[in-house]
Write a protein that binds this ligand. Structure first.
Ligand code: D5M
Ligand code: FE
Ligand code: ZN
Length: 493
């Protein structure tokens, strides 16, 4: 007798003991299940349900087996440990490279000779841009050649208004100085000159003076690169972690949004598309940045402020690469260009955070983003009356026009006289991103996306005194070549 028959016989006998006959197909089904189930229990159950049947058929057997199988499954699921949440495989590769950044290359000591070298570098770089636009001669040769026309390139020494209502510009190159008179519409342009920027002048020569008919800025040529991407970049700045005016609830809402936890379908879709987050300085509020600051801090220790910053940024999904640069509240030297955060603080952040200096030019999958905290914007806003804190992008456009991030030396933006002027905008970016002024504004200037990205701090005591009205909790989300979204997380006091 083969084993198969022994099993079948056993099954038939068991049913018989319950007073039932059993159909051969039902026997066959149970025989196959015998290794998996407790046969006695199963037969018991079948007989209970089959109460009154004459013969046990597959119709009696199958539902019982099914119920048992389901119960088994549930039991197994209960016993099984929580499935470990594996990080989702990255669908797309990130690709960020730092094109320009002082970090690790600072070589200046800040003495007088250094400043000579620094301003030479500025002049060389900016005059090179201008030389492509005008046929300039060295200032020393002006008047020596027999021509009424004069074209020069020089650094602005000073600008003043004359009693006759004209502007007088003192211009200087490596060879000499010259006076330029600007009248009419050009006077308005001249009066907005900041000093220390490099310009070109075309005009008529009267003795040793040029009567200007054109003032040429190095400006950016129209950006025709037209980079188009299917991912989005979110721009923020001035998080000021550690400050007692940090807007915690709004920040948490922003993080929730990035995690796809809040917002309508469209907003969630936008959040999912964010692949990069750029943070342009004033990461923490710092310690001892202004007098009596300790009264406005919730975290008194700089290390603990960075610990908090790192913990907060850690809540952002890791699929998002964060590019972080410092500002004037951060723990690096005040003079610009500022290097990236030192290792001591940088190492607190997770490895989706890329630390760069201020300024820094970063290539994000072919999109060139120039980050600059924006300290010089205070100087420019003070100097040019038509500009206003409520439209910070307009002041940023002035930076692009002058191809320099801190065109005005000696204002509120200290400059470290590096041998190479890192603040010159020699390469035209696709995006210029600043912060610092705590207001929000975006524009497209000659094809460059200009963004000042608000802050995460409501009005401070100091700002109340100087009547500075911040626009906190606003995020710009830009899809290169596509839309700009303005997301407001702050609804006021
Ligand atoms: O700068 C936030 C804004 O406040 C920015 O526009 C400068 C302005 N601010 C800050 N401190 C001063 C002082 N001491 N004088 C004038 N204006 C100031 P933040 O870098 O976040 O402090
Ligand atoms: Fe700030
Ligand atoms: Zn700042």
């Amino acid at each position: 007798m083969v084993i198969k028959d022994i099993d079948s016989k056993l099954i038939i006998t068991k049913f018989a003991m319950h007073g039932y006959n059993v159909h051969p197909t039902a026997v066959e089904i149970l025989r196959k299940e015998a290794v998996r189930v407790n046969l006695d229990y199963v037969i018991n159950q079948i007989c209970k349900i089959a109460n009154g049947s004459f013969i046990i058929t597959p119709e009696d057997v199958l539902p019982v087996l099914k119920t048992i199988a389901e119960k088994e499954k549930e039991k197994k699921a209960e016993l099984r440990p929580e499935p470990k949440l594996e990080p989702k495989p990255e669908l797309k590769k990130h690709d960020v490279s730092v094109l320009k950044d002082i970090t690790g290359y600072s070589g200046c000591e800040g003495n007088i000779d250094d400043f000579v070298v620094y301003f030479n570098s500025r002049f060389e770089k900016l005059s090179k841009i201008l030389k492509a636009r005008i046929n300039a001669l060295p200032i020393s040769s002006i008047g020596k050649i027999k021509s009424e026309r004069a074209e020069v390139i020089g650094m602005v020494n000073s600008v003043r208004e004359t009693s006759s209502g004209n502007a007088v510009i003192e211009l200087e190159d490596k060879t000499d100085r010259i006076t330029v008179i600007a009248s009419g519409k050009l006077k308005e342009v001249a009066m907005e000159l900041l000093g220390d920027e490099v310009i070109g002048v075309v005009g008529t020569l009267r003795g040793r003076t040029i009567i200007a008919d054109r003032i040429i800025f190095p400006d950016v040529s129209i950006n025709g690169r037209k980079v188009k991407k299917d991912f989005s970049i979110a721009f923020i700045s001035d998080t000021h972690f550690g400050s007692n005016t940090f807007i915690q609830n709004e920040w948490e809402m922003f993080v929730k949004w990035l995690n796809g936890e809040v917002g309508n379908e469209k907003m969630i879709e936008l959040a999912e598309n964010v692949k990069y987050l750029v943070l342009a300085g004033d990461v923490v509020d710092g310690v001892g940045v202004y007098p009596d600051q300790e009264k406005e801090l919730t975290i008194m220790d700089i290390y603990e402020q960075y610990e908090e910053a790192a913990a907060q940024l850690d809540k952002i999904p890791k699929r998002i690469k964060i590019i972080l640069s410092p500002g004037n509240h951060d723990a690096v030297r005040q003079a610009e260009p500022q290097p990236a955060l030192p290792k001591e603080y940088a190492s607190l952040f997770s490895n989706n955070v890329i630390h760069v200096g201020n300024p820094a030019m970063v290539d994000i999958e072919g999109v060139k983003v120039l980050l600059y905290h924006g300290r010089s914007l205070d100087d420019i806003m003070t100097k040019i009356p038509r500009l206003d804190y409520s439209r910070p992008h307009e002041a940023m456009e002035e930076l692009l026009r002058r191809r320099h991030l801190a065109p005005m030396y000696g204002g509120r933006s200290p400059i470290a006289p590096e041998k190479d002027d890192y603040l010159v905008i020699d390469e035209v970016p696709d995006v210029l991103h600043c912060g610092h002024v705590h207001t929000y504004g975006t524009s497209f200037y000659r094809g460059v996306f200009v963004v000042n990205s608000s802050c995460w701090q409501s009005q401070t005591e100091f700002q109340k005194k100087v009547n500075l009205n911040p626009m906190p909790g606003i995020v710009a989300v830009y899809t290169p070549g596509g839309d700009v979204h303005k997301l407001r997380f702050y609804r006021g006091e």
